[in-house]
Design a protein around this ligand. Structure first.
Ligand code: ZN
Length: 265
């Protein structure tokens, strides 16, 4: 599932593929992929055709990321993007779950998304608006100031994009394991040492995950059968890489949560 590192990887690939090139055409395979505003629901924007057509001839000039969202500017106006649970941008031939194609000369970029939760929306200034409604970016800022007042379990609070933007189920679990903090502990009960350890763990987790992604290769998500490079995620019953105790799994806030009961008491 795409979280901050995977979205940053998508942003860097889009930038590399298109900066300076003009949009020459588009193929809206699934009208639900172009939405009136960013959401996980495939609601079609009735103005999609006019909005896409207005971008034709304009050069791709900049991309920005905030949390799991990307703003893509075409000399001012442009698109906001998010990848949902299974979305990815790929280049080349039309993939099996193509939702939207954007052509730049002889190169076509596709939003491929089996589960249709990813999508795009038009914005008159995506660079400026990419972070609207979101908490601080987990990598560029990393402040937990909006997380720690929460009375929710820390794992749930970390995944609330209005409190901290960028972490999802995988990287929240991995960062808590690194910091040695139980995912069940209420955010407001973290002491100062735990806050500092968690801030550092989140940065290390995201930095390492991003470093491991190869821009030359299409990414296969763990949930889609790709390799699992993570310490606790998806590993119930397996030995903790740090202490050897078996990894536990339980539902927390409706999501599968993995942790080491010994390192994260
Ligand atoms: Zn352990």
């Amino acid at each position: 599932m795409p979280e901050l590192p995977e979205v940053e990887y998508a942003r860097q690939r889009l930038t590399r593929w298109t900066t300076g090139s003009a949009l020459t055409g588009w193929d809206l395979v699934d009208p639900g992929a172009f939405r009136p505003k960013l959401s996980a629901h495939p609601t079609p924007d009735p103005l999609a055709v006019a909005r896409l057509q207005a971008l034709v001839g304009r050069p791709s000039t900049a991309t920005a990321r905030h949390g799991k969202r990307v703003g893509w500017s075409f000399g001012g106006p442009g698109l906001l993007l998010h990848l949902g649970m299974t979305g990815a941008w790929v280049e080349g031939a039309r993939p099996r779950h193509a939702r939207l194609g954007l052509r730049f000369g002889d190169r076509t970029l596709w939003l491929n998304d089996p589960r249709r939760m990813g999508g795009v929306s038009y914005d008159d200034d995506p660079s400026a608006h990419v972070g609207t409604g979101l908490g601080p970016d987990a990598l560029l800022d990393g402040s937990l100031s909006q997380v720690v007042p929460s009375r929710s379990p820390i794992k749930v609070a970390l995944m609330d994009q209005r409190r901290l933007a960028g972490l999802g189920n995988i990287h929240a679990a991995e960062a808590l394991w690194r910091a040695g903090i139980s995912p069940r502990l209420r955010a407001c009960d973290l002491d100062e040492g735990q806050r500092a350890a968690l801030t550092q763990a989140i940065r290390a987790q995201l930095t390492e995950a991003l470093k491991a992604l190869d821009l030359e290769t299409d990414l296969r998500y763990v949930s889609d059968g790709g390799d699992n490079p993570f310490a606790v995620y998806g590993r119930q019953g397996q030995p903790c890489p740090r202490c050897g105790a078996p990894i536990s799994r339980e539902l927390l806030g409706g999501r599968g949560t993995w942790w080491c009961p010994s390192c994260q008491p």
